[in-house]
Design a protein around this ligand. Structure first.
Ligand SMILES: Cc1cc2nc3c(=O)[nH]c(=O)nc-3n(C[C@H](O)[C@H](O)[C@H](O)COP(=O)(O)OP(=O)(O)OC[C@H]3O[C@@H](n4cnc5c(N)ncnc54)[C@H](O)[C@@H]3O)c2cc1C
Length: 230
């Protein structure tokens, strides 16, 4: 199994870290934005395998991950405790949560670290598909949970085909944006249109809920592409 080597870790919020890896001995890590890597390690005496979406566009043998620490979990506390230089056995990149051709106007829906594959996808998609419109609906509880928001705000200035719709369910007094869950914002973004693709990433409860409300509005199941983290 190839080894991913941790190069650097940055804190994005009290519970979320941004990990930078490379794969020694590999020139180019081939993948499509939206895919994940599968890490395996022996933890507390048993082999544990977990998937992590790649947070970055293809870039030589380097890739980035972004994850939250799940209290009482196996793998996420293990990764949070790793120091630069440590290696982790890795499989992949794997998965089919990638932009499906022909790319149409697209709505991306994420909560929490479900934003990770969309950061990778948006890094190239906005300039590769200038005639398609992309809307990112991103929900978090607290302001610090809106990770990479500055990047998305900058992308909104640089790309007229991109709209960023952040929402906070537990905002601070300075917040002037949306305060609902993502669901009503998705319906607002969809409007009367049915010729869109919707990509949804996050925990099962949110993904299932968004899928159900879109199906009730007449979306075909093939137009709703999702990745569940739990
Ligand atoms: C395709 C795929 C891609 C993924 N990519 C990412 C990613 O980019 N970033 C990321 O943070 N996670 C991601 N995950 C989730 C990740 O694989 C692990 O499930 C997560 O890190 C928890 O693992 P653990 O061993 O620490 O906890 P476990 O011991 O597996 O779980 C402990 C408990 O926490 C719940 N739980 C699992 N995941 C979460 C979560 N994310 N938040 C809250 N509770 C959870 C479980 O249902 C379980 O009850 C992805 C999952 C899949 C399937």
């Amino acid at each position: 199994m190839p080894l991913a080597r941790l190069l650097e870790v940055r804190s994005l919020s009290p519970e979320i870290k941004h990990f930078f890896f490379d794969v020694p001995g590999v020139d180019q890590l081939e993948f499509t934005a939206g895919q994940f890597v599968s890490f395996t390690e022996e933890i507390r005496g048993k082999p544990v395998t977990r998937a992590y979406s790649i947070a970055s566009a293809p870039n030589g043998n380097r890739f980035e991950l972004c994850l939250n620490r799940v209290e009482g979990g196996y793998f996420s506390p293990y990764l949070f405790a790793l120091a630069p230089g440590a290696t982790v056995p890795m499989q992949g990149p794997l998965g089919t949560f990638v932009l499906r051709p022909p790319v149409r106007d697209t709505i991306l829906v994420a909560t929490g670290t479900g934003i990770t594959p969309f950061r990778a996808i948006l890094a190239r998609a906005l300039s590769r598909h200038p005639r398609q419109h992309f809307t990112l609906v991103f929900g978090a509880r607290h302001p610090h949970g809106l990770i990479f928001a500055e990047e998305f705000r900058a992308a909104e200035c640089d790309h007229p085909n991109f709209r960023f719709v952040p929402t906070l369910t537990r905002p601070d007094p300075s917040w002037s944006g949306a305060t609902s869950r993502v669901q009503p914002l998705v319906l607002e973004a969809v409007g009367e249109r049915r010729d869109l693709d919707v990509y949804v990433c996050g925990l099962k409860a949110m993904v299932d809920d968004v899928r159900a409300i879109l199906k009730a509005r007449g979306f075909d199941r093939k137009q709703i592409i999702s990745e569940k983290y739990d």
